[in-house]
Design a binder for this molecule. Structure first.
Ligand code: SIN
Length: 520
């Protein structure tokens, strides 16, 4: 079946005149670190709209625990951070982009501090640095112990709301990106009830990844690849979609359908050890990676899966007894609270963990200024594929990537103003007539999650990938002619497309690389 160019509701064509069109210089889609930072770095002469799908606390950035990488220590260097990033990425990274990201760290951190972010400091007033998997040095800044995302997002959110040139639209989702022969001319936005048109010269998409296409993910609800799918429909290229990251240590206690709580890698960075139910430190067994518990994420994840199979358990355990109670509770207040809620009292008790979907390395292809091949369309953060993560992201490089490339996107827009188009083209009306009940949409979203979890996980078989492609293609055919009536429908169709992009990319790479691991 032919690809659909737009997914917005048919009635938009009829209602367009009665719905007041909104006009901005720049529309930023997403209220996480990348979107907010981009909005703040844009010239104040621009009229900017920030569309946030829910509230600030509903995005992935808000949940970031570990922190943000930045070379600041006297014993550290850009070259060492670059080497660790390339090594974790299985040498599949774009080295030029990695260099830009790493070297852009200190300035971005200074800007964050100017915007009111309070990174944790030691008693001498120096920024505290922790460590995570794959890092040879302590280079991870954090806030509120393990509440880095919450603190940064809140500070950026306050700065955005204080800006006169920026209007924030809460609970507004992007449905489609509109283009004409010159590039971006607008977007279709859903306000929770209906769709309306925003006419604008530039769009910055910072909508996050697609973790909610899996049954178990550390990412929030709504992370279904909608921004990625909208950019693809607008003519952007995608790359590296086969590389899905599974975090080794998500909390093993969770209800069905609930977002899985993360136990930050910084816990291992501060000395915690992975153990099996017999108390053996299996990352120290012969044949394991020389960095043991602090090996890159994909390696630790596969070692845990192998150990769970060998020993016949559905989890392993983090032994945090190397830390004092005071140190653990001060460093990891969010994790402490979650453990206590579940009757677990570290560092005396072991924390049960297992690997869970966490991040998408691939996304919309962008250059060093976060520009896509569509004029006026920029993508930053998890939705982008700058190439900095290669086949497996190094811990806490995601937050750094968000701010460095958001800033570069804003600087490019500041240097290269585009005229707001006179008209936002909706294209030709296609008579999509089929409607589908919400309950069916919900059931089909569960089908995608089942397919991706069972057939497109951290360990993959070609026959399973082929079966996944068939099942997802059937869903695509079913929905290709549907007139979507609500956000659940938009999310489902974007989810089907993004899941298919992941599976097709996985099928076209028949050998294992980084997080894409073929078992036969
Ligand atoms: C963590 O704190 O372990 C997650 C940080 C990241 O995703 O890089």
């Amino acid at each position: 079946m032919e690809k659909r160019r737009y997914i917005f509701n048919n009635s938009l064509y009829d209602n367009q005149k009665s719905n007041t069109e909104q006009v901005f210089d720049v529309a930023v889609i997403g209220g996480g670190m990348a979107g907010l930072f981009a909005a703040l770095e844009l010239d104040e002469r621009y009229k900017v709209a920030v569309f946030v799908k829910g509230r600030l606390e509903d995005g992935s950035s808000f949940l970031a625990q570990g922190g943000m990488c930045c070379v600041l220590g006297a014993d550290d260097s850009f070259e060492e951070h670059i080497a660790d990033t390339l090594c974790a990425g299985a040498s599949h990274c774009n080295e030029q982009a990695v260099r830009v990201m790493v070297k852009g760290g200190p300035e971005s951190v200074r800007k964050l501090i100017d915007y009111g972010v309070h990174f944790d400091m030691d008693d001498d007033g120096k920024l505290k640095l922790t460590r995570e998997g794959g890092h040879g040095k302590r280079r991870i800044l954090h806030c509120g112990g393990d509440a880095t995302g919450r603190e940064i997002t809140k500070a950026l959110g306050n700065s955005v709301m204080a800006r006169k040139n920026i209007t924030v639209f809460w609970n507004h989702a992007c449905v489609d990106i509109l283009t004409d022969e010159r590039g971006v001319c607008g977007a279709v936005i859903n306000d929770g009830v209906s769709d309306f048109v925003v006419r604008c010269a530039n769009i910055v998409v910072a909508t996050g990844g697609a973790g909610q296409l899996y049954r178990y993910s550390t990412t929030p609800e709504g992370n279904t690849g909608e921004g990625i799918a909208a950019c693809k429909r607008a003519g952007c290229e995608l790359a590296d979609m086969e590389f899905v990251q599974f975090h080794p240590t998500a909390f093993a206690i969770h209800a069905e359908g609930e977002r899985v709580f993360l136990i930050s890698e910084a816990v291992r960075g501060e000395g915690a050890i992975l153990k099996n139910k017999n108390g053996e430190s299996f990352m120290s067994f012969p044949g394991q990676h020389p960095q043991k518990d602090l090996a890159p994420r994909d390696i630790v994840t596969r070692a845990i899966l192998a150990e769970m199979r060998r020993i016949g358990d559905d989890r392993v355990y983090l032994d945090t007894s190397v830390m004092t109670k005071e140190f653990f509770e001060k460093s990891f207040p969010t994790i402490t609270a979650k453990c206590h809620e579940n009757g677990i009292f570290p560092p005396n008790d072991l924390i049960p963990v297992h690997p869970t979907q966490h991040y998408l390395m691939g996304g919309v292809v962008t250059d060093l200024d976060a520009k896509t091949k569509v004029e006026g369309l920029f993508v930053c953060g998890e939705a982008a594929c700058t190439g900095v993560h290669g086949a497996n992201r190094l811990a806490s490089n995601s937050t750094l990537e968000c701010v460095v490339f958001a800033k570069r996107a804003a600087e490019y827009i500041n240097r290269n103003p585009r005229k707001i188009p006179d008209k936002a083209e909706l294209g030709e009306k296609t008579a999509y007539s089929i409607t589908v009940e919400k309950s069916e949409i919900f059931a089909d979203m569960q089908k995608i999650k089942a397919v991706m979890t069972e057939k497109v996980g951290a360990e993959r078989k070609i026959e399973n990938l082929l079966a996944a492609k068939n099942e997802l293609s059937e869903l695509y055919e079913k929905y290709c002619d549907v007139n979507f009536e609500n956000r659940a429908g938009y999310a489902l169709f974007s989810g089907i497309n993004t899941a298919l992009d992941i599976v097709n990319a996985a099928l076209s790479r028949r050998e294992s690389l980084g997080s894409h691991h073929i078992t036969e």
